[in-house]
Design a protein around this ligand. Structure first.
Ligand code: SR1
Ligand code: MG
Length: 418
């Protein structure tokens, strides 16, 4: 039976009795008096516990009434667990095996219990350690195509899509975090901002850069108004867990209906930051240039996999309100649907480049930074890497029409050489 007590944050001592009372949990993990519990949350917002029972594992994630990375000075509602649960089951159905399986959801306790991913590590850590991941581009490219396509009016029955649009439109608070932290803060003197010592003049230059701020406004407007599909909403290298053979996507609490290029751009922007970090992570005599080239290849491969899978879905699953065979299939050359696909992909790419550029700015100048760059201990080395990343990111935001999937990697490589 579901608990009816008022919301109370869990701790390592209370997890067994409280999670053990949720339906199906002791059947899955074994008797709760034999569970071992460890709190492992290191993200910005929530409590996360790993539970080990005699017959299985689980992860319990509970929202706190404030942002964990700031404390109770930043109060937050508990609703994000509801949006995370609803997003996890939808994204999981759209790309089976890529999301953790959900075992239980207790809305009153803002608690989602799900599959423990083991021996997976956060992708950010793998990128700092220089691990090669041969399936990463394939898995994330296809994940993005499947979830972005299948959550849109290209694929969904329109009343279901509109109901989901309405459901996730209530995720106002987490959208608000992105609207402020990603699209506004890096471009003005926000008290939440921080940057590496040595970047003062760079931050000042960004704040005074009219062309860049117009691009930020344009991207923010697109983010807020283009309800194309159900996004993960925070799809960065901290929201992916990996082994050499497996790739999983976690942390979908920022989900909402937005532009397809946002998930792609957020993800590729973080991979680009990992790329720019590599010269600073060179240490202990290790030359990371081969690994940096692998990251660039992974960026190219992710887009290639995305576009290929999107095209397959376009041809086989375009059954939604935007399927419209009537618009294409009576033309004599039969090329209308392919031309429409090409135009859709070109628009997604353009958005991706711009959103990647703004994500890079916010991870260098805003509140929440990227572990791949923060791992560079020497501040003057770190700020030099960040300066190069900012130069590439500015060009991406302002000239997002100019870069193609073929030219972006070589541009980025030339900026990184200084
Ligand atoms: C206060 S939350 C800061 C950041 O952490 C999350 O992962 C999102 O990226 C958010 O912008
Ligand atoms: Mg997160």
């Amino acid at each position: 039976m579901l608990q009816t007590r008022p919301y109370t944050p869990l701790d390592s001592q209370t997890v067994a009795s409280r999670v053990g009372a949720l339906p199906g949990m002791t059947a899955r993990l074994g008797p709760s008096d034999r569970w071992r519990v460890k709190e492992v949350g290191d993200g910005n917002l929530n409590l996360v516990f790993i539970i080990e029972g005699p017959s299985g594992f689980a992860v319990a994630k509970q929202a706190l009434p404030y942002a964990r990375c700031v404390g109770d000075a930043w109060p937050m509602s508990l609703d994000r667990a509801y949006f995370e649960y609803n997003a996890l089951i939808r994204l999981g159905a759209r790309d089976p095996q890529r999301l953790p399986e959900v075992y239980a959801f207790d809305e009153g306790q803002a608690l989602v219990v799900m599959e423990y991913l083991h021996p997976h590590i956060i992708l950010r850590k793998a990128l700092v350690e220089g691990e090669y991941l041969p399936y990463l581009a394939r898995d994330t490219g296809r994940y993005l195509a499947r979830t972005l396509f299948r959550g849109s009016d290209l694929a969904m029955e329109t009343s279901g899509r509109k109901a989901d649009l309405a459901l996730f439109a209530h995720n106002v608070e987490l959208c608000g975090i992105t609207e402020d932290l990603v699209f506004t803060d890096p471009f003005h003197r926000s008290p939440r901002n921080r940057h590496t010592t040595g970047l003062e003049r760079d931050a000042e230059r960004v704040r005074g850069d009219r062309a860049l701020k117009l691009a930020a406004f344009d991207l923010k407007m697109h983010f807020a108004t283009a309800a194309e599909t159900l996004l993960h909403g925070d799809f960065h290298t901290g929201s992916v867990m990996v082994t050499p053979d497996d790739t999983r996507v976690i942390d979908a609490e920022f989900a909402f209906y937005g532009p397809m290029g946002f998930d792609l751009g957020c993800y590729l922007g973080n991979l680009l930051l990992a790329f720019f970090a590599q010269s600073g992570l060179r240490g202990g005599g290790t030359d990371r240039s081969a690994y940096a080239a692998w990251i660039l290849g992974t960026i190219e491969g992710t887009w290639r996999e995305f576009a290929t899978e999107f095209a397959v879905l376009w041809r086989t699953e375009r059954n939604g309100m935007l399927g419209v065979p009537e618009l294409f299939e009576d033309a004599s050359d039969g090329k209308g649907a392919d031309m429409a696909l090409e135009a859709v992909l070109a628009g997604i790419w353009r958005d991706t480049v711009g959103f990647a550029g703004i994500e890079m700015h916010r991870r260098i100048l805003g509140l929440a930074h990227a572990a791949e760059i923060e791992a560079i201990e020497n501040e003057s080395v770190r700020s030099a890497c960040e300066r190069r990343a900012l130069a590439a990111a500015r060009a991406m935001m302002i000239h997002r029409d100019v870069f193609s999937p073929a030219t972006l990697p070589s541009h980025v490589a030339s900026v990184s050489r200084g």
